[in-house]
Design a protein around this ligand. Sequence first.
Ligand code: CA
Length: 409
Amino acid sequence: MLKKTEETKVMRDPIHGYIHIDLQVVWDCVNAKEFQRLRRIHQLGGNFQVYHTAEHSRFSHSLGVYEIVRRIVTEVSGLRDQLSEYEKATVMLAGLLHDVGHGPFSHAFEAISPVPHEQYTVRVILEDTEINAILKAVDPHLPEQVASIITYSHPKDILNQIVSGQLDADRMDYLLRDAYFTGTSYGNFDLERILRTMRFVDDKIVMKESGIHTVEDYIMARYHMYWQVYFHPMTRSYESILTMAFKRMRTVYHTHPEILNCAPMFLPFLEKEMPSIHDHFKMDEPAALYGFTCLSECEDPILADLSSRLLNRRLFECVDIHSDEDLQSVIQQVSDAGYDPEYYVASDEAFQRPYKPYHSAEGHNIWVLTANGEVRELSEVSDIVQAIVCGQMKEDRKAFYPKDIQIKM
Ligand code: CA
């Protein structure tokens, strides 16, 4: 049932050197149209507006996650003998397919259609798609098995942890890949050494104590990448304009729906509460960007302006706010300048703690195997991580508004 490819397929990759594929089902999924669609979705949404080389796609990230999962299940001692060939294939497929439901522009797209991308991912695997047919041909239960790892509900918990835990294949790939493609050095850590000091003990992934400094590096990488890249004010500015454009689209759909005839790709997401998996398939970033090009000439001045801001990078300015009164004051000033604050003031809040031990869910901790054979939670063993856990959560609240207004606070 699990056929091997005739020879191992190798694909060059700047993060892993090569991606190795020797299972026919994995290769077939890579070539399925739903997976190829990921070439048309940026991994970092609008971040390329800030870091101009951040043009990498969800396609390459997904292959990278697959490769890390493949290495974990074939190299980590204690684990490779523990899992059946079927379980190994299932978790590799879950790594490969975990992002297959992403829409354009990452989370900002959820402003037009509140269906979360995780839900689409599960639907692409379970509904009538090429991927579903490929998985089912191997085993009728394979689609549900793969989906259950992605929803963190596979009965064999270790499989869930490999794809999404605290030290998981998804995060390890995106930190390294995003650091590489943004040209920043913050996200770097020694993946080789992490894989080499990983063990499987007491049904969980643990790190040998000798590898602890590498794990500290990984935690710091997360911290820096969040503040320097993912929460960069201008990334948030671009996303706030996207959110406003989708919000305006919804209003126009209710008041003058004929205006939207020039951008029919958005209509299923406005008309239906639950767009079909085919509607979702067609909605990629080239489609959305062409939609904004058409809307930049539409008869609704607000939607036309927001669309052209997106296309031509006329981003909003931002200011730190510390209270609801601050936000009210920005709204007032934007309104006084003649803009509709409904669509020209956005606010958001970024907060992140790079690592936080959970007492309830075991899989969400990082475990360390000490020299005398005990398994302990990371912050009990590492002073650096202990300091981060006890430190204050960093928060950053901002309001975004058109640049030509001088906001006084
Ligand atoms: Ca991911």
